[in-house]
Design a protein around this ligand. Structure first.
Ligand code: ATP
Ligand code: MG
Length: 206
């Protein structure tokens, strides 16, 4: 039988329990054999130079998922280099998994911006989507956000209600910079890595 896989794209700067929870909820609800986390190279929507190096983001992602046999990390976007477009991610993963049913997992904020992505119609044709709820981003706006793509693609976008976790990497970076705790928001292995490498300004105190 053909494989059914989930793909969780993100900057993961740093990875946190919101990402891991969303992936696990999607895995269970859609019977995914595995979820592949794909750290972005240079994310198009973020300011270049303000994103942590690919090596650190890759290693933190690996540390976060390695205890889970259903989770894996792919380097496709890091190895391709340059700005990451989801259309390229999905094209490369389709080559790697020619027979798999692919579900691309995103939070509500990400899917609501899909019209700003490169080739959104191709992206929606390449994979089914699982749009997980996220505090602060209402999916009742989905039809409007998708515009002309809503009617042709709505059956390929599955909304999944997940426990609301108000965690973001932006908030974690802010906490770290100001010496606040990130405990219980990220796996301990990730926190330990951040402090030992002095990431996000944690090396500047002492
Ligand atoms: P940043 O604040 O830097 O944008 P982030 O927390 O949004 O970081 P990303 O790496 O941008 O993390 O997100 C990767 C994917 O995970 C996106 O599709 C995003 O919507 C989803 N996601 C992130 N945090 C959550 C959360 N708390 N609940 C549900 N989905 C989430
Ligand atoms: Mg984000």
């Amino acid at each position: 039988m053909a494989e059914v896989i989930g793909i969780m794209g993100g900057t993961f700067d740093p990875i946190h329990y919101g990402h891991l929870m969303a992936a696990e909820e999607a895995r269970e609800a859609f019977d995914l054999e595995k979820v592949i986390f794909v750290p972005a190279g240079i994310p198009p929507h973020k300011v270049q130079g303000q994103v942590t190096s690919p090596r650190h983001r890759y290693l933190m992602t690996l540390l976060a998922v390695m205890a889970n046999p259903n989770f894996a990390v792919s380097r496709v976007d890091l190895d391709r280099g340059g700005v990451t477009y989801t259309v390229d991610t999905l094209t490369d993963l389709r080559t790697e998994y020619p027979d798999a049913t692919m579900y691309f997992i995103t939070g509500a904020d990400a899917i609501l911006e899909i019209l700003t992505w490169k080739a959104p119609d191709q992206v929606l044709a390449l994979a089914e989507f699982i749009a997980v709820t996220r505090p602060g981003y209402g999916l009742e706006r989905l039809a409007m956000a998708l515009g002309p793509l809503y009617v042709p693609f709505k059956d390929r976008i599955h909304i999944l209600e997940v426990p609301p976790m108000g965690i973001s990497s932006t908030d974690l970076r802010r906490r770290l910079k100001t010496g606040r705790s990130i405990r219980y928001l990220v796996p301990e292995t990730v926190a330990t890595y951040i402090y030992s490498e002095g990431l996000y300004g944690t090396g500047e105190r002492g």
